[in-house]
Write a new protein. Sequence first.
Length: 305
Amino acid sequence: MHYDLKDLHLFQAIAEAGNLSSGAAVMHLTASSASYRLKNLEYAVGSQLFTRHPKGMSLTPAGEVLARHTKQLLAGVATMHAELGAYSSHLRGSIRLLANSSSLNSFIIPSLARFLVSNVNINVDLREQESPTISQSIEEGQADIGIGADLERLPGLHRELYAVDRLVCVVSPGHPLAQALGIGFRDVLAYDLVCVERTSSNYLYLSHQARLAGIPMKVRVHVHNFRALIYMVESGVGAAVVPASTAQEAAREQRVVAVPMTDAWAERNLYLVYPKDSGQPELVGEFARILLNDPQVASERESAL
């Protein structure tokens, strides 16, 4: 049997609250996402874990057993986490990080959150920037580490593959494109679009591709982040082109349909770059390795190759 720690944390939160929505809120999840995770956990266990009744939820006998072991397991994980944290406590300082919007929303934000919670002596100045200018900015000393699509290889920089970025067209289930197995950007441009902010590297990149195609983008609304964009798409406002990972949860819950893009430029390698000679080489080099070796990022990188 395979158990996800996040699912076990969610199970514990629901058990303590006696309510799905309250437990989901503790884990910063939507009720539908929490319900999906709970069903997966019950499938893995092979038994129903809660009895649902008008006043909430109570544990079944199987749930009682799992609750007892989950409490012990998570306490052990917390102890392990605290002990291992001592080995990373020597990391101190500030890192300036540049990244394009795809890497920010798909990989870096979750990775940074996991890291910063355990490393209170590190501060990160995180800024979004278009990929074509990131390598030059790092070489000129404007930042310490850069992550973006197909970054230029410069003599003074280390460059390593960070992740693979795939763009998809997301639409509501009732949209005319929802039944497509794959679609080119030219066909997407025939429809109303939802986009992130005009200064976002994602929007600038798509605008460039639209200009190359010679077809204007029919943007109905610009929103401030991908979560708001997915909500607009789900509501039927228009289609959108986003990194696959930003639409993963909504597509899994069938709130939107993610159609693969067939254009060659829709799949890009994301690279991480940092100076070969840095003013704080140990900190920058070690932080770069931490970003590259984040388990979730490394797993997705290896599965894409």
